[in-house]
Structure formats: C-alpha cells, structure tokens
Design a protein. Structure first.
Ligand SMILES: [Mg+2]
Length: 137
C-alpha cells in the first residue's frame, strides 16, 4: 500500500475531526458552552499550578493535571471555533505572526519601531496557507 503524504497540520486534522465528533455527540451545543468549558479548565490549570507551587495535595499529580487541563482548554477552543465557523490554525498563525514580530527588548513601548507596524507574512506564504485550508474544507 502506497503511503499518503498528509499535508494537513495536526491542528487542522483535530478541528476537522472535532466538527464531526461534536455534531454527533453534542449537536445542540451553543458557543457559550465550550466557552464556559475553557473557563472551567483554566480554573483546573490554576489549581494544579497553585498546588504544585504550594507543595500541597501531593497525593495528586499536578504535572499531569496541568497537561490535562491545557489539552481540554485547546479542545474546548476548537469546539468554540467550530461553532463560530472560525479557522483555528489561521487565527493562531495570524496572531503568532503579529506577536512574534514584536521586540519588547528593543521597543518596550509597543514592541514595534513605530505604532501599527506589525509584520505580515509574505504573500506567497499567505497564498500557500490559504490553499491548504481551502483543500481541507
Ligand atoms: Mg478537566
């Protein structure tokens, strides 16, 4: 059997699979429900972090609880974005391009040499990303 090259990211695959899974398991879910799930899981992450920091409740695995909460936060965000019709990878990529372009050491006021000078990916890279997304949908 010939192996196939998968040109989708893990994030794209998870978002695509989550759409089918959630339609089957939670067909009536409204966006505020996974949003509340994010908040719940942030609380669980804070609990795990705090108890580890305080060195108490040592009968619990705070490291694993923290990882579990991060995973659940991401899944709830994927669910939220699917309901809203938002592309998680595009949001992450656009945001990362903006954030990673900041240099807070050199420009402590705004992160950029001048206000509103956020960097953009080159057009060919943006076209490639758009093409990969359109083939997925
Ligand atoms: Mg949880």
């Amino acid at each position: 059997m010939e192996s196939q090259v998968i040109d989708k990211s893990v994030l794209q695959i998870v978002q695509f699979e989550h759409l089918a899974w959630s339609r089957k398991n939670f067909p009536l879910t409204e966006a505020h429900e996974p949003l509340l799930g994010v908040v719940e899981e942030v609380g669980e992450l804070a609990h795990a972090h705090l108890k580890a920091r305080q060195k108490i409740r040592n009968n619990q695995d705070h490291e694993e609880a923290g990882k579990d909460a991060v995973g659940d936060i991401l899944i709830y965000l994927v669910h939220y974005c699917n309901i809203r019709g938002w592309d998680v990878e595009k949001i992450l990529d656009d945001t990362w391009v903006h954030v990673s372009g900041r240099n807070w050491v050199k420009y402590p006021e705004t992160g950029f040499p001048e206000a509103n000078e956020a960097p953009m990916r080159s057009q060919p890279v943006r076209d490639d990303i758009e093409n990969r997304i359109s083939r997925m949908t």
